[in-house]
Design a protein around this ligand. Structure first.
Ligand code: TEU
Ligand code: CA
Length: 542
């Protein structure tokens, strides 16, 4: 693997800093907290850490509203701590990936503070302004977190555009001064030794609000290629774009092996399957399993040789996968491992979201204990619209972003070892049963399964280059596939549900070596037990 493509056989770990580890007892995770856990992460074997935003921010959207791109928020530490983290991580062969929020800034950023002073201000044009139509906003566009996408500023007698909260005004990418400022800032971080970037809602930067366009605007790829040319193409940086609007066709542009845009993108087609069609994520629907297989295999097939996938179940915006598509009751451990094996056998770069490697689960709190702006706005809006409280809470239990944001469960001590202060959000009460300390020393834990998967990926080239083929396409319970290269093959077979099944393929023979599974005696049984997953390796005869 050339150093330029190091991320093809690495696994990336996402940290949500405010919930990871608190070093100074204020109840909020911080950079020193992360440094104190680097040995744990090295032991797990990950090659890079993607940190959700740690730059200076009023925290209206937990840091996705940046007021200074070149400083660390005091809540998380200092620039010195960041340099320290980069250095300490490097000693353990771990790179640090920064979360860049380039679609919008905070309204408390200097640029916006200036921009709203007058139409003549040199920064006015850094944002997207429009006149009103007879005292009302220019159009009906809505913001992702509720309400109009337009906000009136009396001082300049204009509305500004915001796709997210009012405190997240959209940057105007049409303005080349904006783009130049951004490139300078990125180069500054690269000089500091940053290993790569995750680009927040990057497919929304080329908006055309007059046409009602937010995602995939006409100038998107032009902007991306310029951004890449000016910043990313030097060295060994990894870049991953967050693109809710990606199709496989678009993903081939984004992740073109010629490096003209990005290394890869996060696509969300599989993640949106358990909601009512054409509705919001809160409108729950059962997971259509055959469709899940179809979607994931289409992405595998179409990007083969032409692009690069990222593989994920979880992130800071999504519920916990074991509660969502696994079983967080009797089969928590088995189903968490099954989902891990299923995902990690595919082609692409796997991402692990903090706590996923422990099989951490969703929460059911009283509404007062939720913190997320999206959840709280939705709760208010839906009650106003006449939804019943129970129905709204059911949506929150299933989909709230706070499911992923509860403090990391380190041990069975107070506050799960996350803080010695009062945690900013309640700890999941199951931490005595589910925590890192007990799993690290247990060979049969979910943690050990992830650890092993990461090692296998480094050991067997077929994980990186094998061609994907879906088996048993119409099977309603089993997800099975092969990955094949010149001299070997992987066979992955997973029972996705809690029924015991007859083993649906030819019985494994002595040419097949079990690399990993989630039951101890997998080789001896002709059945697939609840959530059973096996991964076999077959050497081709020469
Ligand atoms: O999320 C993008 C985004 O579109 C979210 O609104 C997403 O639809 C929602 O979280 C699903 O529940 C990114 C970040 O990942 C998210 O944390 C930020 O709030 C958002 O951008 C704004 O920066
Ligand atoms: Ca702290």
């Amino acid at each position: 693997m050339s150093e330029h493509n190091w991320w093809k056989n690495a696994v990336i770990y996402q940290i949500y800093p405010r919930s990871f580890s608190d070093s100074n007892k204020d109840g909020i995770g911080d950079l020193q907290g992360i440094i104190s856990k680097l040995d744990y992460l090295e032991n797990l074997g990950v090659g890079a850490l993607w940190l959700s935003p740690v730059c200076r921010s009023p925290q209206d959207d937990n840091g996705y509203d940046i007021s200074d791109y070149q400083d660390i928020d005091p809540m998380f530490g200092t620039l010195g701590d960041m340099e320290n983290l980069i250095e300490e991580a490097k000693k353990r062969h771990i790179r640090i990936i920064l979360d860049l929020v380039l679609n919008h800034s905070s309204d408390e950023h200097y640029w916006f503070q200036e921009a709203k002073k007058s139409r003549e201000n040199p920064y006015h044009d850094f944002y997207v302004w429009r006149d009103g139509v007879e005292g009302t906003p220019p159009n009906q566009m809505r913001a992702a977190f509720g309400g109009s996408a337009w906000e009136w500023v009396p001082q300049v007698q204009q509305y500004y555009f915001h796709q997210f909260s009012v405190k997240q005004p959209d940057l105007n990418w049409e303005n080349d001064r904006v783009r130049r400022e951004i490139y300078d800032m990125i180069r500054w971080w690269v000089k500091k030794g940053i290993g790569g970037f995750r680009l927040d809602v990057i497919d929304q930067i080329a908006k055309e609000p007059d046409q009602g366009i937010t995602v995939n605007g006409p100038k998107l790829h032009e902007f991306l290629r310029e951004l890449s040319r000016e910043t990313f193409q030097e060295g060994e940086l990894v870049t991953v774009g967050e693109t809710w609007g990606a199709t496989t066709e678009l993903a081939k542009c984004y992740s073109n092996p010629d490096h003209s845009e990005l290394s890869m993108v996060f696509q969300f087609e599989h993640i949106c399957l358990d909601q009512m069609e054409g509705k919001e994520k809160w409108d729950l629907a059962p997971l259509p399993f055959l469709k899940l297989k179809e979607v994931l295999s289409r992405w595998q097939r179409e990007l083969y040789g032409k692009g690069w996938n990222s593989l994920f179940w979880d992130n800071h915006d999504l519920p916990r996968i074991v509660s969502r598509w696994g079983n967080d009751g009797a089969y928590r451990v088995e189903s968490a491992k099954m989902l891990a094996i299923l995902l990690h056998g595919m082609q692409g770069t796997p991402y692990i979201y903090q706590g996923e490697e422990l099989g951490m689960t969703n929460i059911r709190y009283e509404i007062e204990d939720y913190r997320d702006i999206e959840t709280l706005n939705m709760y208010r809006e839906r009650l106003e619209k006449g939804y019943g409280k129970e129905e709204v809470m059911a949506s929150i239990y299933a989909k709230s972003r706070d499911n992923a944001r509860t403090p990391m469960q380190w041990n069975d001590g107070e506050n799960a070892g996350f803080t010695e202060g009062k945690p900013w959000m309640k700890v999941n009460p199951n931490y005595k049963e589910i925590n890192a300390e007990s799993q690290v020393k247990d060979e049969d834990s979910v943690f050990s399964c992830y650890r092993k998967l990461i090692r296998l990926r480094k050991e067997y080239p077929v994980f990186v280059d094998g061609c994907f083929e879906l088996l048993l396409e119409k099977d309603e319970n089993v997800f099975a596939y092969t990955r094949t290269n010149q001299d070997s093959q992987l066979l992955v077979i997973c029972n996705f549900y809690d029924q015991t099944l007859e083993y649906p393929l030819e019985q494994p023979d002595s040419s097949m070596r079990l690399l990993i599974g989630n039951y101890k005696d997998a080789d001896q049984t002709r059945m697939l037990r609840p959530y059973e997953a096996r991964m076999y390796f077959v050497e081709k005869k020469k």
